[in-house]
Design a protein around this ligand. Structure first.
Ligand code: PMP
Ligand code: GLU
Length: 399
């Protein structure tokens, strides 16, 4: 088949590729533990499911507006004002097939070929690819381990050029788990104030899963309000990955462009998910369930941190949000399994863990941090204990 030239730039998402490999091994009857995909193991709270079932019974099965149902956008409007101090009209909100599509819309509607896009590293896998699909140039801004993988204002400034059009970041960060404090964000804002042409995508999908003070939204800084697309969704905080509901709120012109773009590609997101979304964002029961899941994640964070600290060659910070550990494993590079397989990099190590320990992880190379691997702790405590014990054993066999 003669695929398009464009496809030469399209690599498989590493988070999805590792999960696929783990599934294949599982299908062969191998007991693989997956710490690869970032997905809560909890089922969606039943009150949300009930709302979707009611919508189905009521015949809510027709095309929704491309922007999303008014009821859901009103819930998002209230949520943004209540929780994030962001004041927008429903017309400034678009609902998409997951936050992933919202980010893609946002990139495709503003990036021209040759435009530079600042991406603090480590970053979530899909950002760089999305920028490349738009013909833009991802400019990775490497953060230091010592600064908890957070890019400083000066590091940001030193990567800005007259071609810089956009910046994309997540806080809490997937994969590092770091959370930008209000002070650190203010320092970024001070730099961005000197470059009014730079737009920002603030990916807040892990907002409900934090173990420090709730992070402030970038768009709540008055001077940033007209330059920031706030992306969020239901996948992580509400355990709704399979529902594929995300959204973006931002300047009217940007949202209207996304509406035109999405209207040609996928139309509005599914109606039942949006009906569930209304309850997810507005009911006290849902809030309680979210808090309960957060507490479970926090317990698992403690557990995995304690167990990983027994592996002396893993150097890591305790994550402040999301559900990943992101150890620097570079001390293991150059070691071998004794049978001729040399661990040259994090990709090799992730493969070694998958094949020898039957634990699926994701190499940091996919996230712009090639010395690291990512371990998700969105799984049961039993699985965490077993997985880290297998990893520890596999590490001890390297010579
Ligand atoms: N942003 C980040 C940082 C993520 O980890 C994810 C998870 N896939 C997404 C966006 C997209 O989430 P979804 O499309 O499931 O809403
Ligand atoms: N965000 C998740 C992850 O990083 C889901 C997989 C994906 O969409 O990349 O693992």
């Amino acid at each position: 088949m003669n695929l398009s030239n464009r496809m030469q730039r399209v690599v498989e998402s590493q988070t999805i590729a590792m999960t696929k490999k783990a599934r294949e091994l599982k299908d062969q009857g191998i007991d693989v533990i997956s710490l690869s995909i970032g997905e809560p193991d909890f089922d969606t709270p039943s009150i949300i499911c009930e709302a979707a079932k009611t919508a189905l019974d009521n015949g809510d099965t027709h095309y929704p507006p491309v922007l999303g149902t008014l009821a859901f956008r009103k819930s998002i409007q209230i949520k943004l004002l209540r929780d994030d101090n962001i004041n927008v009209e429903p017309s400034q909100i678009i609902v998409s097939n997951g936050a992933k599509q919202s980010i893609f819309n946002a990139v495709m509607t503003v990036v021209n070929p040759g435009d530079e896009v600042l991406i603090p590293a480590p970053f979530w896998v899909s950002y760089t690819s999305m920028v490349e699909y738009a013909g833009g140039i991802p400019i990775e801004v490497p953060a230091d381990y010592e600064n908890n993988y957070k890019v400083t204002a000066e590091q940001l400034r030193s990567h800005i050029s007259d071609k810089t059009k956009l910046m994309i970041f997540s806080s809490p960060c997937n994969p590092s788990g770091s959370v930008m404090s209000t002070e650190e964000l203010s320092e970024w804002v001070a730099v961005l104030a000197d470059y009014p042409q730079i737009l920002v995508i603030s990916d807040e999908i892990y907002q409900e899963i934090v173990y420090v003070d709730r992070p402030r939204s970038l768009a709540s800084f008055p001077e940033m309000h007209n330059r920031v697309a706030t992306v969020n969704g239901l996948s992580k905080g509400y355990a709704m990955t399979g529902w594929r509901i995300g959204y973006m709120a931002g300047p009217q012109e940007w949202i209207s462009a996304c509406e035109r773009y999405q209207g040609m590609i996928s139309s509005g997101a599914n109606t039942l998910g949006q009906a569930g979304g209304v309850i997810a964002l507005s009911s006290p029961e849902s809030k309680l369930e979210v808090a309960t899941m957060r507490i479970a994640f926090e317990r698992r964070r403690e557990l995995m941190g304690r167990l990983l600290s027994e592996i002396a060659t893993f150097k890591f910070k305790i994550p402040e949000g999301a559900f990943y550990y992101f150890p620097d494993v570079s001390e293991l590079f150059g070691k071998s399994n004794g049978n001729g397989f040399v661990i040259n990099n994090a990709d090799d190590l992730a493969l070694y863990f998958l094949e020898n320990a039957h634990v699926a992880t994701v190499s940091g190379s996919a996230f712009g941090a090639p010395k690291c691997i990512r371990l998700s702790y969105a799984t049961s405590e039993e699985q965490i204990i077993e997985a880290v014990s297998r990893i520890k054993q596999a590490v001890s066999q390297l010579i």
